[in-house]
Each structure stands twice: as C-alpha cells, then as structure tokens.
Design a protein around this ligand. Structure first.
Ligand code: UDX
Length: 439
C-alpha cells in the first residue's frame, strides 16, 4: 500500500519505518525541515534502539521518504496516519490539540478524492467527531474522507517491537459498515495474520482505550510507590513486597517497579488530560482517584529531595550532588517530565551544585537544563561529590564498582531511588546508603 504518516516524532518516525518494514511504500511528513533532512538521510533525530537501522534500510530501499509538504502527502496515497503531538496545555491540565487540528486542516485542503485518515495521536474522548467535521468542511472530497481511530500503545525504548508485534490493535469507526476498516486491515494484514487480537469498535471506545490504559498503568505504579512510603515507615522492603504481590496472577509483576515514579511524554499528561475531560463530561467524581495517583507520583520526587536534606542538612549551597540518570527512563534520550531532572532542578534551586550523567540524554539535558553540570562518564561525574543519587534504571550504572567510586567522591553517601543497586556491596565499600522504599 501507499500510505503517509503526518508528524514524525517518537511515534510517527517509528511508525513510518515499521510500515516500510511491513512492505508498504511510506511517505513521512513533518513540518520541521531539519527533521525531514535527518530522516531522509536514514537517521532518527532522537535515540530509539534499532530505529536508525530500520530508517537506513528503508530510505535506501526506496520504500521510505520524508517531506515537509502537505500537498505531496495528500497526493501520495489514500491512507494517512496522524501522529502529531498532543502535549499538555501550558497552564491547564487539558490536552493542547492545536497541532492536531492544524495538521488535519492543512492536509484536508489537499484531499481531492476518497481517503482514510487514521489518527494515532492521544486525545480527549470526543475528538474524533471534531476531526471528522473539519475534514468534511475543509476537504474538497468532503464525505469521501473517512476517519478511523487507531490508538498507539508503543513504549519508547521498545517502540519498534511494540509497533511490529503489538499486544492488540484497536480500530475505531463511526459506523459498522466502514470501508476504512478494509483499508486498515489491509495495512496491518501481516500483524493481524500473526494472531494479534484486533478489536474493531466505535470512535469513543478507541479514544478512551489509550487514556484509560495509561491511567491504569500510572495507578499501578503509584500504588506500589504508596506502599514504598509505608515500607519506609515500617522497616519493610518494597521491592520484596512487589515481588510477593506480583506472583498473584490477578496483580502481576510487570509495570509495578517501585522507585521515583513515572515521567515521560505520556503517563503524566494522559492522567491530567483525562481528568480535565472528565470534568467537562461531568464524570469527574468517577476519576477523582487519579488526582491522588498524580500526587503520589509527585510525592516521590519531593521525598527524594527530603532524603537529600536529611543526608546533607538544610543548607545545600556549596554542596556537590551527582545524579545518575537524566532521561525519563532507560533506553531513550527523552527527558520530558523526567523524574531525575525534576529532582536535579529542585536541588539546584536549593543552592546545590548538581551534575547529571546519562548515556543518551545529555544533549537534551544540556539544552533544557543549562543550569546543571553534564558529564557522560558515571565515575567522572561523581568526582568530588558530597552525595550520589541513583535515579535511573539504565543498567550500566549498576555495574560501576563502588570501591573505585568511593575514592573519587568527597563523601561516600548514596541514595538509591530505583532500588536496583546492590546495596550490600556499596555498604561493604564504605558507603552510607539510603534507599526509597526501604528503611
Ligand atoms: C507509556 C505506555 O506504556 C505506552 O503504552 C503508551 O503508549 C505511552 O506511554 P512510555 O512513556 O514510553 O509508554 O513508558 P513506560 O515504559 O510505560 O514508562 C512510563 C514511566 O513509568 C517511566 O518513567 C518509567 O520509569 C515508569 N515506570 C514504569 C515505573 O516507575 N515503574 C514501572 O514498573 C514501569
């Protein structure tokens, strides 16, 4: 098939490369010319494992191209995926849909014949109808343009695997007899034939699928982090508790790692966007618990700052603190709502001199947090530190030798915010050790 993807960020660029891998002819469209140039050279403008290889393979095979022109995208094929960002509004909890509606409008003016517009961007429930109205009013093809809702559940760091072998496919339409369904089934034929559960539903259910899935995942994480607080107060160990709970198949172990809480471009914003939409719909009481989920999550960052003050005293001026971790999670260079950087910024505001270390996210951290020090090598980053914070699940930090490190720092004090350091070996190497979720 010939298809396009409008918006080539983490979601869109990955989707474009994966659709080419499935055998389609793909045109990715993004308004950012620099991004288009990098993508056309077969590289990703961000770090995602395996994506450079896939982009290089398919820009070379001729199955994948990128453009900044809506007109070219509209002419290219009859299936257009929309993957533009829907961030949180600057001063509100609600989603900012400006980019989405503007992309739809600009594409619409060039749609001269039948087409399917399949939206993957995460939105408040009710947006599909609005998108359909814009298309009907602005596209010369009018009613011949169909809207399909196809939420995307990929996780950064395993985005290719999640796209090519998803847990499920969700396809939302406004009527049971939609020719758009046949178009999308053809597009995803290989994935469907591999046995992927495929749920065809209405627009509202498809829209809700994404925000409710992310709210559930956030709830699971905040639940175990609430237990971490109880553990800290009682001498229990939250990591062992999580394992015990996880053996119950009704609860499950995955997505319930305690630590500094969730961040990134999705979970925090989807919780808040969902709450805002529930308010508009008059069902906010049903979702009040999500406020608490958000508050527990922010509480872990505050708790980390409190632990630092416990270790170093209230006056942090002239104190040197090294933070391992800048990305919001391992396997990405994405620093959106990064818990580690939120702690770093908080400590900087309290007067500390803070240096962060991360294998992939330092360029982004430098750009958005010039007030911090940035050193890639974990050992060099800790030179002269009064305190080390382990705030990441990147595995390489776990393998640093605590004995060697003890000789570089000013004071051998560490706080483990992720629960993955072998604390026994750190203690034996002379470190004073504290951890979230452990007495
Ligand atoms: C998430 C959803 O998983 C994905 O389905 C959706 O499409 C987009 O949002 P992503 O943001 O890439 O994906 O990351 P995810 O792996 O879900 O982690 C989100 C955050 O939760 C990270 O900050 C991570 O460190 C944290 N997390 C995750 C935990 O603290 N504990 C866990 O057990 C799992």
């Amino acid at each position: 098939m010939k298809l396009t993807i409008i918006g080539c960020g983490y979601l869109g660029a990955t989707h474009a490369a994966c659709m080419a891998e499935l055998g389609h002819d793909v045109l990715g469209m993004d308004a950012d010319m620099d991004k288009v140039r990098v993508l056309n050279s077969g590289k990703a403008p961000f770090y995602e494992p395996g994506l450079d290889d896939l982009l290089a393979k398919h820009t070379a095979s001729g199955r994948l191209k990128f453009t900044a022109s809506y007109a070219e995208a509209a002419r290219f094929g009859e299936l257009h995926f929309i993957g533009v960002g829907t961030p949180q509004q600057a001063a509100e909890n609600a989603y900012d849909l400006t980019h989405l509606f503007s992309a739809i409008r600009r594409l619409a003016t060039h749609l001269l014949g039948p087409a399917v517009v399949a939206v993957k961007s995460t939105v408040p429930v009710g947006t599909a109808a609005h998108v359909a109205k814009i298309l009907e009013e602005s596209a010369p093809a009018g009613g011949k343009v169909q809207v399909a809702w196809n939420p995307e559940f990929l996780r950064e760091s395993s985005a290719i695997e999640d796209t090519l072998r998803p847990d499920r496919l969700v396809l939302g339409f406004d009527s049971e007899q939609s020719w758009g369904e046949a178009v999308l089934r053809q597009c995803f034929r290989k994935i469907i034939e591999a046995g992927t559960p495929t749920i065809v539903t209405d627009w509202a259910t498809a829209e809700l699928a994404k925000t409710s899935a992310n709210s559930f995942l956030a709830t699971k994480i905040s639940f175990i982090n609430a237990m971490a607080e109880v553990c800290e107060a009682t001498g229990a160990d939250v990591h062992e508790l999580a394992e015990i709970l996880g053996h119950d198949v009704r609860i499950g172990r995955s997505g319930m790692r305690p630590g500094l809480g969730f961040g990134g471009g999705c979970l925090p914003k989807d919780l808040r966007g969902f709450l805002a939409r529930a308010g508009e719909l008059g069902v906010d009481r049903a979702l009040t618990f999500l406020h608490e989920i958000d508050a527990i999550n922010n509480g872990r960052r505050e708790r980390m700052v409190a632990l630092v003050r416990e270790q170093l005293g209230d006056t942090l001026a002239s104190r040197r603190i090294t933070i391992w971790g800048a990305a919001f999670k391992p396997g990405t260079d994405d620093i959106r709502d990064s818990p580690a950087l939120a702690v770093a910024q908080g400590l900087h505001e309290l007067g500390a001199t803070v240096t962060v270390s991360d294998p992939k996210a330092l360029d982004n951290a430098r750009k958005h947090h010039p007030e911090l020090g940035h050193v890639e090598d974990p050992v060099a980053a800790a030179r002269g530190a009064d305190l080390l914070l382990h705030l990441t699940e990147w595995p390489q930090f776990r393998h640093v030798d605590p004995e060697r490190l003890a000789r570089r720092v000013r004071t051998a004090k560490v706080i483990d915010g992720r629960g993955t350091l072998d604390l026994g070996s750190w203690r034996r190497a002379g470190w004073t050790v504290r951890a979230l979720g452990r007495a």
